[in-house]
Design a protein around this ligand. Structure first.
Ligand code: SF4
Length: 407
């Protein structure tokens, strides 16, 4: 039997299924019904009443999924701003949505949900929670028949539930686009089977004790998945590592912070990039991020930048986002750069106050959320770029690290 640890796929790699609908329509019941006893629930993190609730489970054949039980926000007058914002944020990371309906109730609220999902190009289907066996009006039927829908009573009998789950999975599969269901692997088309990949991993003050950080772990796993050969070393042992290899590696991937040191060591004809740039290419829009770099040259002392990181962590005195990048930029520009930091799920709404957003690789959030963040910046006309690109740019090594992606 697999342990919880073995089953625990990172949240960022799970398909996020958002359950939306008005208050008391039965969203929590539906989440519990889907994540019933014959499914392997990996974890469930309940928030406060203002929060969405996340439940992670295996939903074969869709794979590892996270169900998001969102708070209903139909009765706006009685709700806190915070609760509305939490539910609104759930739209940002939902890969596919289930809109739960009460029989014969279709109002502006349901239409607003459809609009919010459509604006984000999020596929969705309806479930009509008809536990009182109400007769559906022809009007209501006509409205929902334009979409994929399931009418159900959520009965507890095993056979009923199995039939429901089978129909649900089949309908979900029919609305989810292939590129959402099967995300492009981190190896993309830059690493192939049996190629040799040297990863350079510094263990500085910012490195957590006793483990590697998630972008490195995910990259190692992605290489192993395609049968590539992975060699891991620190920058201090890179020279000896290369000397011990019979052939040159096919690609060297390093942490952004040691780009210069690594470039001084590796042969000029070996492909080279950073973990951060691989994530930027895999999770967001590479061109937009690269375009954002141009804003650095136009920064003035009165401008402010946003350092956006997708997880909350205790910042060390060597922290890449809060310490190293501002220092490098200030040195490059010749003046002290003003900056704010956002971390975890907090991503400011008032982005227009910034002249540039520098985002981390986003290994802890799903692609949908990363793209939502990028789109908010684009909508506000604020250039956005990535940690790795900025560090390489100020070190005059950008052309070299982006080469594998623009060939
Ligand atoms: S800061 Fe960003 S890239 Fe780094 S670990 Fe957190 S989510 Fe991943």
């Amino acid at each position: 039997m697999k342990t919880e640890f073995e089953l625990n796929t990172p949240k960022s790699l799970r398909l996020h299924i958002g359950i939306f609908g008005r208050t008391n329509v039965g969203k929590s019941t539906l989440v519990n019904y889907i994540s019933g006893q014959d499914t392997s629930i990996v974890s469930s993190v309940a928030g406060t009443t203002t929060d969405s609730v996340y439940k992670s489970m295996e939903l074969s054949p869709l794979g590892p999924v996270t169900l998001i039980d969102t708070a209903g926000i139909d009765d706006i007058s009685n709700l806190s701003k915070e609760r509305i914002e939490r539910t609104t944020k759930s739209f940002d990371l939902t890969d596919v949505a289930i809109i739960l309906l009460s029989p014969n109730i279709w109002t502006q609220y349901e239409q607003n949900i459809i609009k919010a999902l459509t604006d984000k190009k999020t596929p969705f289907l309806f479930i009509v929670n008809n536990y009182k066996k109400e007769v559906l009006s022809s009007n209501f039927k006509e409205l929902i028949s334009q979409y994929k829908f399931i009418e159900t009573e959520l009965l507890q009998e095993t056979s009923y539930r199995e039939q429901f789950l089978s129909e649900l999975k089949q309908k979900l599969l029919s609305v989810i686009p292939e590129n959402v269901l099967n995300l492009q692997p981190l190896t993309q088309n830059i690493i192939k089977s049996f190629q040799t990949v040297v990863m350079v991993v510094p263990l500085d003050l910012g490195a957590p004790k006793g483990r590697l950080i998630l972008p490195q772990v995910q990259m190692i796993r992605a290489c192993l998945d395609i049968n590539a050969i992975v060699i891991i070393t620190k920058e201090t042992e890179l020279k000896q590592t290369l000397e011990k290899l019979k052939y040159k590696p096919d690609i060297v991937i390093c942490d952004s912070q040691v780009v210069k040191k690594v470039l001084d060591i590796i042969p000029k004809d070996v492909l080279f990039t950073t973990f951060s740039i691989i994530f930027s290419s895999n999770k967001s829009d590479f061109k937009t991020m690269l375009e954002g770099i141009k804003a650095i040259k136009n920064l003035k002392p009165e401008n402010k930048i946003l350092i956006a990181e997708a997880c909350s962590h205790h910042a060390s005195k060597d922290d890449i986002g809060r310490v190293k990048i501002p220092k490098l930029l200030s040195k490059y520009l010749g003046f002290e750069i003003k900056f704010d930091v956002s971390s975890g799920i907090d991503y400011p709404k008032n982005l227009e106050q910034y002249s540039l957003i520098i985002h981390c690789g986003g290994c802890m959030i799903n692609k949908k959320q990363m793209i939502s963040r990028l789109n908010y910046a684009v909508e506000k006309n604020v250039p956005i770029t990535n940690y790795g690109m900025v560090i390489s740019f100020v070190n005059n090594t950008l052309d070299r690290v982006i080469e594998p992606f623009i060939k």
